[in-house]
Design a protein around this ligand. Structure first.
Ligand SMILES: [Zn+2]
Length: 135
């Protein structure tokens, strides 16, 4: 059985830790889409209307941490005082991290900040496709 951290890293459903929450990879040519219901246990990810607005706060915290870290690293490496360097680096960072933040803010919200959503070990199991392959 996988831990909560592993489930978040692999973007699995918080209820069964088996079904995938998103359809594609974090970075790809197609826009990432989230399943409405868990493909394994049927859990509805948006537990109430507008639930993922709360993920914006998590995403904001992620962005602040990333931008502060990168600003510090940029200052340490380049020792530059040009504001344009920082604007360029931080703007690029915000764009590059956006898909990551979208996905992991929702995962952190459901796995760690939603007391009503708990892991049910009885629902944990291998994916249907994998079970079929094994016969
Ligand atoms: Zn599930």
């Amino acid at each position: 059985m996988i831990s909560k951290i592993q489930a978040v890293a692999a973007s699995k459903c918080p209820k069964c830790r088996t079904g995938k929450m998103f359809t594609g990879p974090v970075y790809g040519f197609r826009r990432q889409k989230m399943h409405e219901y868990c493909p394994h246990c049927g859990f509805k990810f948006e537990i109430e209307p507008g639930y993922f607005y709360a993920a914006m706060y998590v995403s904001y915290a992620f962005s602040v941490a990333q931008v502060l870290t990168l600003a510090l690293v940029t200052a340490l490496i380049t020792k530059s005082e040009s504001p344009w360097l920082y604007i360029g680096v931080l703007f690029a960072a915000i764009v590059i991290f956006a898909p990551f933040n979208l996905r992991y803010s929702r995962l952190v919200l459901l796995h760690f900040l939603s007391p009503k959503v708990t892991f049910d070990p009885r629902l944990y199991g291998e994916r249907e496709e994998e079970a079929k392959v094994k016969g």
